[in-house]
Design a protein around this ligand. Structure first.
Ligand code: S3P
Length: 449
């Protein structure tokens, strides 16, 4: 938050102990899958129906951009979304700038789509998004023939001039990033020939699953070094689909941790996506002693899903294996909160990517947790946390914790507040609507049961 006008609009809130979390709640649709349903629906020929779409601001930014490039996207009275696509190659020149709000996923994936269409698009975003590095997608996409003019440092605002005759890429990912992988694959959709992405460290595979679901010719092979080699045939014809979006494990994460650390809790969280490239937090919390039971494991929209029964547990600190980082990259802020309540020390490493999320999540969480009374040390690539051994943190009431336009910081510190002795004041709850608009409502219903 920088300017006075921003400060005036901030929505602070104090989160304090309200007793155990009980009963059943249902988390909204997965953000990553929701973005991709809209994008691929908009590129299919015909009408795609999406049930359970996350109606968060980030996904609405994607929908607005796809509308600006020609797709028809409408919400039905029953909550389903209908997307009438323009076909691969059919994106139209938008007449104004595409406002990406807070959403890195919308920006990077759409940069990929625009790169192989003969159109020009200008991307703008909020103060948080405008600090985030776009060089990681500009570098590979420039090799297709697309041209980029970015703000210094490879930031937004930026203009993409798509290539009229794009060249297919073979690209080895230098960072473990599903956004970069997806940007290159999406550019490959309207490119003649085969686009190849080599992924040494696996990241979330929703793009691959969904591209196949829409009928693209996509294969995945493991090479002799153990890297995933993804090949996509270009000039694809996508067929419209009926999609049911599973619940977002990254949203469920806040309630899982809250139920583990608030004494007396026994909560069922329904409809949680458990794609193995996303669900490592639940394994880590179990290793710490958390009671998380999977009920009614099933498939929803080609993704594994279960209801999770979570009971308050005594947690013990651990060394978190850096190999799991990509499968829980968004869940570290709330894991830090769990660690602050555990017995003993939790060590996390390999988290350098956290510094370029909606905020620098290593420093911002270190500062916020210290303010609430936790014992935390910051290293270059992680945090070392000495837990209270089950007691709630003292709390942070005199001065609100700063969330820096980062939804996951706001929700993590809200969870810390629910388990705290004196409450935690969060400086701004507005960013929560980017990914989890019903978060505060669900807290109220889980603590009222
Ligand atoms: C996402 C990928 C991740 C994640 C983000 C969503 C996606 O980012 O942090 O919230 O939908 O592809 P990176 O790919 O940059 O790690």
């Amino acid at each position: 938050m920088s300017s006075h006008s921003d400060l005036a609009q901030m929505r602070p809130r104090r989160f304090s102990a309200q007793g155990p979390l009980k009963g059943r709640i249902r988390v909204p649709g997965d953000k990553s899958i929701s973005h991709r349903s809209i994008m691929l629906g908009a590129l299919a020929v015909g009408e795609t129906r999406v049930t359970g779409l996350l109606e968060g601001e980030d996904v609405l930014s994607t929908a607005a951009a796809m509308r600006a490039m020609g797709a028809t996207i409408e919400r039905q009275a029953n909550g389903d979304w209908l997307v009438a696509g323009v076909g691969v190659g059919g994106l139209l020149q938008p007449t104004g700038a595409l406002d990406m709000g807070n959403s890195g996923t919308s920006t990077r994936l759409l940069m990929g789509l625009v790169a192989s269409h003969p159109i020009t698009a200008c991307f703008v975003g909020d103060a948080s998004l405008s600090k985030r590095p776009m060089g990681r997608v500009i570098d590979p996409l420039s090799q297709t023939g697309a041209r980029f003019t970015a703000y210094p440092g490879g930031r937004l605002p930026l203009i993409v001039e798509g290539a009229a005759t794009p060249v297919p890429l073979t690209y080895r990912l230098p960072v473990a990033s599903a956004q970069v992988k997806s940007a290159v694959l999406l550019a490959g959709l309207n490119t003649p020939g085969v686009t190849t992405v080599i992924e040494p460290i696996p990241t979330r595979d929703h793009s691959e699953r969904m591209l196949r679901g829409f009928g693209a010719d996509l294969s995945v092979e493991i090479d002799s070094d153990g890297a995933r080699v993804i090949r996509l045939s270009g000039e694809a014809e996508l067929k419209p689909q009926t999609i049911t979006v599973p619940g977002d494990p990254s949203s469920a994460a806040f309630f899982v941790v809250a139920a583990l650390i608030v004494p007396g809790s026994d909560l069922v969280i329904e409809n949680v996506g458990l794609n193995p490239t996303r669900a490592a937090l639940f394994d880590v919390l179990r290793l710490m002693g958390g009671s998380i039971e999977e009920l009614d494991r099933r498939d929803v929209g080609g993704e594994p899903v279960a209801d999770l029964r979570v009971r308050a547990s005594t947690l013990t600190g651990i060394d978190v294996d850096p190999a799991v980082v990509p499968s829980m990259v968004d869940e570290f802020p709330v894991l830090f909160v769990a660690a602050a309540h555990a017995q003993g020390r939790t060590v996390t490493r390999g988290l350098e990517e956290l510094r370029v999320k909606e905020s620098d999540r290593i420093t911002v969480m270190r500062v916020a947790l210290e303010q609430a009374g936790a014992r935390v040390q910051e290293t270059e690539d992680g945090l070392i946390i000495d837990g209270t051994g089950g007691e709630g943190l003292r709390g942070a009431n005199n001065q609100p914790v700063a969330t820096h336009l980062d939804h996951r910081i706001a929700m993590s510190m809200a969870v810390a507040g629910l388990a705290s002795q004196g409450g935690v004041e969060v400086d701004d709850t507005r960013p929560i609507t980017t990914s989890f608009p019903v978060f505060e409502q669900l807290i109220a219903s889980a603590t009222a049961a």
